[in-house]
Design a protein around this ligand. Sequence first.
Ligand code: COA
Ligand code: ZN
Length: 320
Amino acid sequence: MSCAPTPSFAEVDMENVVINEVSLRDGLQLHREFVPTAEKLRLLKRLVDAGIRDFEVTSFVSPKAVPQMADASDVFAGLPVLDGVSYSALVPNRKGLERAADVGCKTVNLVLSATDTMNEKNIRMSLDEAKATCVDTIEHAATLGVNADAYIAVAFECPFERRVDPRRIVDLTREMFEAGAGRVIIADTIGAAAPAQVSDLFSMLVPEFGAERFACHFHDTRAMALANVWEALQQGIRRFDSAVGGLGGCPFAPGASGNLATEDLLLFLRQCGFETGVSLGGVVSAIDVAAEITGRALGGRVMPWVRTQLDQANTEEVPA
Ligand code: COA
Ligand code: ZN
């Protein structure tokens, strides 16, 4: 048996990958104490300074359901307007869309969970009701000149109904695109997917819809997020959600833990030869702010090594 030689990094094309930062939404929504709007914006500023250009900054959901997001409109109003920087927000329904559009949000992200029980727990709707709500909201967004993307949550495993058949995800994806969604974000909400599932699912999705219409949202509950990113990269996916320090989790999905940490994703992409335009030293500085505002020690798996590099080199950037 022979192994194909691994190409050296110099031989690998530098291709761009987009990191979409979700720490202000997914990262904070589980955090119990309300984080003042100014602190959220301070974290955002550090992330922008680190070179991140794509963000999901908040959710226009019921403040009774997720009190941390009660200041969604204020967060949006306080965002710096910068060339090349895009802000999106999660919305569960028309009301959320209208609140978002009122404050100038140009891209909303709907959430369709793949099972009945997860939709019930998250947005108090059956799967069919959730689908109808997503379709209605996506269509309404078009009339307001707002782009609508759709998360398909618990796309691999549901905490209540276990394994999800990939054919169901293909069908839900088709319905979201037919309604007018620009992009579908495949979300492993509880971090349960194994790499083979990611590869199986995208080998069904990509030929039908095209890789450029997808993004991935992985949680690192079982330390498989980067292996899953790798599988998605092999299938041509070039956009990934992550949160600095590995903040995050869904309040309505038992067992969900933090998002894939931005620093882990960034170093991984860098070492695999992909270009992101993001500074690792800058991300470390954002982690420090995230730790201050949450009062929690944060950091992905790479952090001990990254801090050593920064200390040894006495610099603000991690040497390549
Ligand atoms: N933003 C703010 N308030 C909203 C809202 C929105 N997008 N949608 C509904 N509401 C308000 C209604 O106006 C109503 O207010 P009232 O009690 O003052 O009259 C109240 O919420 C209940 O409305 P109803 O339509 O009966 O909703 P519900 O109680 O069945 O809750 C959702 C449904 C979707 C609004 C709620 O479950 C929710 O916001 N979930 C978000 C979950 C989430 O963020 N999960 C994590 C991300 S995946
Ligand atoms: Zn998530």
